[in-house]
Design a protein around this ligand. Structure first.
Ligand SMILES: C[S@@+](CC[C@H](N)C(=O)[O-])C[C@H]1O[C@@H](n2cnc3c(N)ncnc32)[C@H](O)[C@@H]1O
Length: 398
């Protein structure tokens, strides 16, 4: 019997209902879920009783007892670390209760070859420095989180269980595999045990539903204390891939958090803080900070001239300070004449950013190999977006 069939049969034994869909290998996306018959909008596809989820409460007692309990305001051990510790310490993953799930989740090679946090140490610094700003900042934060979690496992959990860190399978790399499995496969889920905790701690692993890939728009995901339900958001033809939306994320976020960079992403945006801030004097930056307009300067397909904050910041280059204060306080944009000047500054800023894109592309091409391919693809997307933005602004098409 195929591993997927075993998984579905096992899921049935756990009370997980799977209807009208089946797992399938999808080129470039690992495993995904496809419609096994024509589906109607609102049809219930997956129904998971809460008891079948892997949550804080299903983590083995000896693991929970060895670590500080999760607590509000991100105090205590993160639920992420506990779930990862549970997977990390499973002694016989291929024969235990969750074996059918282990048989289909991505392998170490799949995870390590796609997620930036697992880039080999020889490439990490270089590739990290070549990431677009938002991805770079996010990866830095993710690394801090992971290192803190590993410290807990290394210093508290393994010694409490009489295990030696670094020996046998109790290595940092092996914990990273478990940590990234959790990172890429958990759903937001709140129970009475987690309601006081921060949003990041409200997570659960859901066998089967975790095979759904991401798209901008996807199936409805809902939960209540008893269960989790996923329903079709529209009609599907038999054989069509069925998605959920992991959230309205930019491609920089998806790349770091999930290890892929989609070709199309209606939620995508690019941060151009580096080049906007270079245009401004120290005093101007200080005033923007006081007004809460410092940083987060974004462009996207719909806003080639930049988001509202970008326009407000660049307007400082176009009008006197007193006039800028008046316009900002009244929520005015200064009219066509001022906006044309802002466009002109924006074109200059974007041209500077385009040079940065091209430099990054050149360095990534020289870097070669497969590790940097996703980042290279991302910069090429950004390059196209910036070129189109310059064209639109230059042609006065806004
Ligand atoms: C929740 S799992 C989905 C199932 C997964 N494809 C598998 O093989 O087990 C999330 C992972 O699936 C992959 N993925 C999800 N959506 C994708 C997409 N639109 N394009 C490429 N990969 C995707 C990424 O590797 C991501 O980390």
């Amino acid at each position: 019997m195929e591993a997927y069939d075993k998984l579905i049969r096992w899921a049935g034994d756990q009370g997980i209902e799977v209807r009208g869909i089946e797992p399938r290998r999808i080129p470039g996306r690992g495993i995904g879920i496809v419609a096994s018959k024509n589906l109607k909008a609102n049809e219930r596809l997956i129904h998971v009783p809460t008891a079948s989820l892997r949550t804080l409460t299903t983590v083995r007692r000896e693991i929970r007892d060895a670590l500080p309990s999760p607590a509000p305001n991100n105090k205590g051990t993160p639920v992420h670390a506990l779930l990862a510790a549970e997977l990390f310490l499973e002694t016989r993953p291929l024969t235990n209760k969750y074996a059918p799930w282990h048989a289909v989740v991505p392998t170490r090679e799949d995870i390590f070859s796609s997620l930036p946090l697992a880039w080999p140490s020889s490439d990490y610094e270089k590739l990290h420095s070549l990431l677009p700003l938002k991805a770079r900042v996010h990866l830095t934060k993710q690394k801090v989180k992971f290192e803190k979690d590993w410290q807990l496992i290394h210093d508290a959990l393994l010694p409490a269980l009489g295990l030696t860190p670094g020996k046998g399978k109790y290595t940092k790399r092996e914990f990273l595999y478990a940590w990234l499995l959790v990172n890429t496969r958990t759903f937001y889920h709140e129970t009475s045990k987690t309601e006081r905790l921060s949003k990041d701690d409200k997570m659960a692993l859901q066998p089967v539903a975790d095979l759904l890939n991401h798209s901008d728009e996807g199936c409805e995901v809902a939960f209540d204390p008893a269960s989790f339900t996923i329903s079709a958001n529209r009609d599907y033809r038999q054989g069509e891939e069925v998605y959920i939306c992991y959230g309205p994320h930019s491609s920089d976020f998806l790349m770091v958090e999930y290890g892929f960079c989609p070709d199309e992403n209606s939620h995508d945006e690019v941060c151009i803080d580096e080049v906007v801030l270079e245009e401004l004097t120290k005093a101007q930056r200080q005033r923007l900070e006081e007004k809460d307009y410092l940083g987060e300067y974004m462009i996207d397909e719909r806003n080639p001239g930049g988001c509202y904050k970008t326009r407000v910041a660049l307007m400082m280059k176009c009008v006197r300070m007193q006039e800028w204060e008046r316009l900002v306080n009244n929520g005015e944009d200064g009219g066509e004449e001022v906006q044309k000047m802002v466009d002109a500054v924006m074109v200059r800023v974007l041209k500077k950013y385009l040079r940065r894109c091209k430099e990054a592309i050149g360095e990534l091409e020289d870097f070669g190999g497969t590790t940097g391919e996703m980042v290279l693809r991302r910069w090429r997307q950004i390059e196209r977006l910036v070129e189109r933005s310059i064209e639109e602004l230059g042609a006065g098409n806004r």
